[in-house]
Write a protein that binds this ligand. Structure first.
Ligand SMILES: Nc1ncnc2c1ncn2[C@@H]1O[C@H](COP(=O)(O)OP(=O)(O)OP(=O)(O)O)[C@@H](O)[C@H]1O
Ligand SMILES: [Mg+2]
Length: 245
């Protein structure tokens, strides 16, 4: 049989951030120094030479300590960040659930944000109208749909974001920590929906500090340590190794 083409291919990806290391007493001082090119930056590599491949039907977990580069990697796959070096190839549509509330306008109501977020994800108004009832039903926010999202709790924001990102069957669903603010009953409901999407062929990229959750969803793991891949492979094995590290 011919080898299947990877749905996501990450090749030698490095991401560099410039961290300003100087302190300025005034904004004016900063502007003058930056115009004279006298601001010094320290280079910081959030990812260094990261490579892995994901195939259709895989669900990939990213594990690693705080600051190891998980969200940076997911943002690069979602196209939010551009690699400083290396290449990311994605063969499909991505529904990104990266930062809580990203894609929401906090001054707008939940109802308005459904359409706004849908547009950001590339869905027409008609498509969002078709799915509106499912979003309200799944998020259990019926009484709160006309409330501005700024008055939502973080759990309510995550319910709404999850319900919107999981309409239809995206090729790739990215879930970065979004479940951790939901209560345990909602987490279970989200896990069930993720499994149902996997059955329909959606590829999942998943980050959670709950190793049990990662194990229940993922078959492959990338373990990041200070921006490097420490391990890549089978979920059972690497989760245990990570847990005991
Ligand atoms: N825009 C940015 N500018 C400068 N540094 C950044 C930026 N975004 C991320 N970093 C740095 O890159 C490193 C990796 O951050 P990242 O958010 O990817 O970690 P993470 O593995 O998702 O951590 P956590 O488990 O806390 O979510 C951190 O040291 C962080 O400070
Ligand atoms: Mg993160």
């Amino acid at each position: 049989m011919e080898k299947q083409e990877a749905i996501i291919k990450v090749e030698n990806v490095s991401i560099k951030f410039n961290l300003s290391t100087e302190r300025f007493d005034t904004f004016k001082e900063y502007v003058i120094k930056s115009l004279k090119n006298q601001v010094s930056y320290e280079e910081f590599w959030a990812l260094k030479n990261v490579s892995f491949e994901v195939y259709r039907g895989d669900s990939l977990g990213l594990v690693g300590l705080n600051g190891s580069g998980k969200s940076t990697m997911l943002k690069t796959i979602a196209g939010v960040l551009k690699p400083t070096e290396g290449k990311v190839t994605v063969n499909g549509g991505v529904a990104p659930l990266i930062e809580l509330g990203a894609g929401f306008d906090l001054d707008l109501t939940a109802r308005e944000n459904v359409y706004l977020n849908g547009a950001i994800l590339g869905h027409s108004r008609e498509v969002m109208e078709q799915h509106y009832e499912d979003i309200v039903e799944f998020s259990e926010l019926r009484e709160f749909m006309d409330v501005p999202v700024k008055n939502y709790s973080s759990g309510m924001v995550s319910r709404l974001a999850f319900a919107i990102a999981t309409i239809g069957t995206p090729d790739i669903l990215i879930v970065d920590e979004v479940l951790s603010v939901g209560d345990f009953r909602f987490q279970k409901k989200c896990e069930e929906r993720i499994h149902a999407m996997m059955d329909k062929g959606t590829t999942i990229l998943f980050v959670s500090h709950s190793i049990d959750q990662v194990k229940s969803i993922c078959n492959k793991i990338v373990w990041l340590e200070k921006g490097h891949v420490k391990r890549f492979g089978n979920a059972e094995e690497i989760c245990e190794e990570y847990r005991n590290s």
